[in-house]
Each structure stands twice: as structure tokens, then as C-alpha cells.
Design a protein around this ligand. Sequence first.
Ligand SMILES: Nc1ncnc2c1ncn2[C@@H]1O[C@H](COP(=O)(O)OP(=O)(O)OP(=O)(O)O)[C@@H](O)[C@H]1O
Ligand SMILES: [Mg+2]
Length: 275
Amino acid sequence: MVIARFYSIEDWEQYVDMKMELIDFQSMIDVRTKELKQEIKKRERIELEVDKLERLNIIGQLAAGLGHEVRNPMTTIRGFLQMLQVKPDLHTYKSYFDLMIEELDRANTIITDFLSLAKIKPTKLKRECLNKLLDNIFPLLLADAYTQGKKCIFEPGDITELDIDTNEITQLVLNLARNGLDAMHPDGCLTIKTFLDGHNIVLSVRDEGTGINPEHISKLGTPFFTTKESGTGLGLPMCYSIAHRHRGQIDVKTGSDGTTFLVQFPQPIGTNIGF
Ligand SMILES: Nc1ncnc2c1ncn2[C@@H]1O[C@H](COP(=O)(O)OP(=O)(O)OP(=O)(O)O)[C@@H](O)[C@H]1O
Ligand SMILES: [Mg+2]
């Protein structure tokens, strides 16, 4: 053990000063360490985001080429099936023809969704209020919820107008809402809200489901990741890609009492309060 010995009051003062400097120095180190840890976490998050976007980009390019090639023969097959379907001598096979055409249409929808990740058509931005758009599609969501014995509410907040592509944002809302409805038991309630958070306009979609498995969180938004029997795993990648084209960001909060998807859009300069 080291025992400090002091021969004068000056010695003692010098010792105290030195100690104080050391304490200051230590607290500076602590603050800087905390800042560095936060910085590292932020970088890791950005790297994950970039990684996700790069994957989406490659898949998008592949989809653009493949989708067109696959669609053409499918259209031909569908045409012939439609033609054969009405032949009187093939009438006994009508249900088979119906099923084949339905399946082709389903495949076509999957390709359309996949192609929208590649985004060949440019995003058409128009200044509009998100509340108005949500108000228009709310009856559709209500009907969806109702047929599953679930509830759906919309709480519009005082938000400013946004530059949005109506079709794309409709897709985003429908996908998030349908995921929320899928995650809930009957009687569960889906809550859609809009509000201002600093300079961001936020769209929140909250369900009362059982939450997302922690192991699955990093996979959200990866094309074809699905835990559903009849899911394609293209809903969320589409949402991430749409949010990105609107300079927005999607955050997820999940727990045993449900999941909330928060889509944050930067508020455009010079906008009015809408709705
Ligand atoms: N609100 C939610 N609650 C619980 N799990 C969710 C929620 N949203 C997404 N997930 C999980 O993320 C997976 C991927 O979602 P995504 O929407 O991309 O595909 P999907 O819903 O499975 O199929 P689809 O292409 O038909 O939308 C889901 O299968 C589900 O496991
Ligand atoms: Mg989905």
C-alpha cells in the first residue's frame, strides 16, 4: 500500500490539485468512451442499412431482367388456357382451368411486387397530406380487419403535407397493415397514427400481436424472408424500398404485447398543416 506523506501545506495542496486533475481526466475519458460506444453503434446500424440496400439493389437489377422474360411466356399460356376454358368438349375441366389461371395470376402478382423493388417506373412525387391518403384507404383496411374478426382504428395527427407517390405509399400502408393484422388473434386492434416528431412526419402502424422473434429482426426487409405458409416475403422489402425513395426510414419496436412499425419522413420545407 502506498501512503502519501506531506511535509507542508503546499505539498498537501499540490497533492489535492493533482488528484482533482486525475478525477477530471477520468471523467473526460468516461464521457469520450461513452461517445465512442454510441458512435460505433450508429456506424454498425448504418453499415447494416447500407448492406440491406446493396442487397436490394442487386436483387432489383436481377428482377428487372428476369421478370420481363418470365412474364411473356406466362401471358401466352394464360391466353391459351382462356381459349380452351370455353370449349364445350372441355367443360368438365373448367375448375382445373380456373385454378391454373388463378395460379398464373398469383405468380404474376408476385412478379409485379418483385419488379417494384427494381423500380423501373420513376416515383411520381406530389405534395399531399398523408392523412387524406390514409382516410381514403381506411375503409379497405376496416374491411380486411372485419373479415378476420379484428379491429382497426385511425388516429390522424396534425401533420404537414408531404411529397409522396400516392400509389407507393398506399402499397406501403397496406403491407404494414396486413402484416399487423396477420400477427394478431381475433379481437386484436390495429392502430394507425400520424404525428409530428421534431422535423419528421411519422406514420405509425401498431398491432397487438405476439411480437417478432428477436432472431428474425435483422432479417426483416430481406427479400423472400417469411415465416408465413402462404407469404412471399416481399411485403417488407417493398416497404423499405418505398420509404428509401421518399427519403424516409423505417424503425421497428416489438415486444410480447405487439409490434409498431414507424415510418419517418423528413418534413419538406415550406409546408402547411394538413387535413
Ligand atoms: N407486425 C408484425 N408482427 C409480427 N411479425 C411480423 C410483422 N411484420 C412482419 N413480420 C414478420 O416478417 C416477415 C416478413 O414480412 P413480409 O411482409 O416481408 O412478408 P410476408 O408478410 O411473410 O409475406 P408477403 O410478401 O405476403 O407480405 C413475416 O413473415 C413475419 O414473420
Ligand atoms: Mg407481408
